[in-house]
Design a protein around this ligand. Structure first.
Ligand code: PLP
Length: 425
């Protein structure tokens, strides 16, 4: 795909099937950077993705040509900025399966989206003796709010265990999701194991018991087609920065009748209908949840990220990542003793691949790879309870995205071989 120097998204007719990774790479200026005198091999997209030229340009274009506060001003720029901001909302609504744009709330990210639900819906609907169900593979963002809320409300936190292969073990699900369950909050794709969870089935089981379903889509939305209506999620949350968009922007999808029933989160300008000294009424959704001036420039630029992904096609992105994940797992398996976490079948997982070496600490792996220009993540990946279950203090994680190819995987493998020689392992 050619690099666009203007603010327009890549043209559909320039996209070939399968993905033309060399052309995609050319759209990402940072991939031309040298790191420690090596070509940058960026394998840390599960932490945050890189940004194409179109997204970078959309941020500056906003400040150059559209900047004004939104929803308030009655002047040319205010209307232009408002239209651009609301266009992103419409694009998001389409991206997640064609929902009503008023069901799309902009947040600062997945973490804020989950906290919003914890402080509003859950605060009002979860009481003593109720149960919240999560899984053993949750990121702290979808764990800490529920630990704290359960303690505060004297509710119980139940969890769906994982199998040794890194799948959810649903064999005793009827004992876990029961009539006491008020909320089932699960990740769509694990940031450590890569596992894609059967959220449709979990939602069906939860709804049968009258529970509300929250799906953490931080790792799924960037990599696959998401249809929140088909999965029947009551809430679905994700972050722009993991899917080519700017930082500081997230999405909370919520079914309209649930959003309408919820009290507001932050209070201030824009989220009100009428304010008196003794009483306040709330604006309609989604504005009720968007108090104050939002991150307008980055929301506007998020539209360019969605355009880029949609022009490539989410199904083709998924196909590319299945093939590349298969290749990466095969190549990593050539390294004797290297332990790969999560499902080994690429069709059942995403491209976040956690691994450990029998003798070299993940932090040393990451530090060594960095000297070869290769960026991976090492640590507990904000999933300490999962790490304990896996019996690890940390793992190394290489995560793949649209701008990665087999040459990137080969660079990783060669560097790991070199690392073993270096450490005498
Ligand atoms: N949930 C999952 C599964 C994640 O991987 C992450 C980030 O890595 C988050 C939630 C939190 O996302 P953010 O930091 O964008 O709020």
């Amino acid at each position: 795909m050619p690099t666009n120097t203007n603010n327009r998204s890549p043209k559909a007719e320039t996209v070939h099937s399968p993905l033309d990774i060399d052309r995609i790479k050319a759209d990402f200026p940072i991939l031309k950077e040298k790191v420690n005198n090596h070509r940058l091999v960026y394998l840390d997209s599960a932490a945050t993705s890189q940004k194409p030229e179109t997204v970078i340009n959309a941020v500056t274009d906003y400040y150059r040509r559209k900047n004004a506060n939104i929803h308030r001003g009655i002047h040319y720029l205010a209307e232009k900025a408002t239209a651009a901001y609301e266009l992103t909302r419409e694009r998001v609504a389409g991206f997640i399966g064609g929902v009503d744009p008023s069901e799309v709330v902009f947040t600062r990210g997945t973490t804020e989206g989950i906290n919003l639900i914890a402080y509003t819906w859950a605060e009002h609907n979860i009481n003593e003796g109720d149960e919240i169900v999560i899984t053993e593979m949750e990121h702290h963002a979808n764990l800490v709010p529920w630990v704290v809320l359960a303690q505060k409300k004297k509710a119980a936190l139940r969890r769906i265990p994982i199998t040794i292969c890194g799948h959810l073990d649903l064999s005793h699900i009827d004992d876990i999701i029961t009539s006491k369950t008020k909320l089932v909050s699960v990740t769509h794709m694990s940031n450590v194991l890569g596992t894609i969870n059967p959220v449709e089935e979990i939602a069906r089981l939860a709804h049968r018991q009258g529970a509300v379903v929250l799906v953490d889509g931080a790792q799924a939305a960037p990599h696959m087609t998401v249809d929140v209506k088909a999965m029947d999620a009551d809430f679905y949350v994700f972050s722009s920065h993991k899917m080519l968009g700017p930082t500081g922007v997230g999405v909370l999808y919520g079914k309209k009748h649930i959003l309408e029933s919820m009290p507001p989160f932050n209070m201030g300008g824009e989220m009100i209908r009428e304010v008196r000294f003794d009483r306040v009424t709330w604006n309609e959704v989604p504005h009720k949840f968007e108090a104050g001036t939002p991150d307008i420039a980055n929301v506007v630029a998020f539209e360019a990220a969605l355009s880029y992904l949609e022009l490539l096609g989410m199904d083709r992105i998924r196909e590319h990542e299945i093939a590349l994940t298969r290749y990466a797992i095969e190549r990593l398996s050539e390294l004797e003793g290297l332990e790969i976490q999560g499902p080994q079948e690429p069709e059942l997982r995403g491209g976040a691949i956690s691994f450990t070496d029998p003798t070299i600490h993940p932090h040393d792996i990451s530090t060594f790879l960095d000297t070869r220009g290769i960026a991976i993540r090492a640590g507990h990946h904000c999933a300490q309870p999962l790490m304990r279950i896996l019996g690890k203090v940390a793992t190394a994680r290489a995560s793949l995205y649209i701008y990665n190819d087999e040459a990137d995987v080969d660079a990783l493998i060669e560097a790991l071989i070199e690392m073993r020689r270096y450490f005498g392992a």
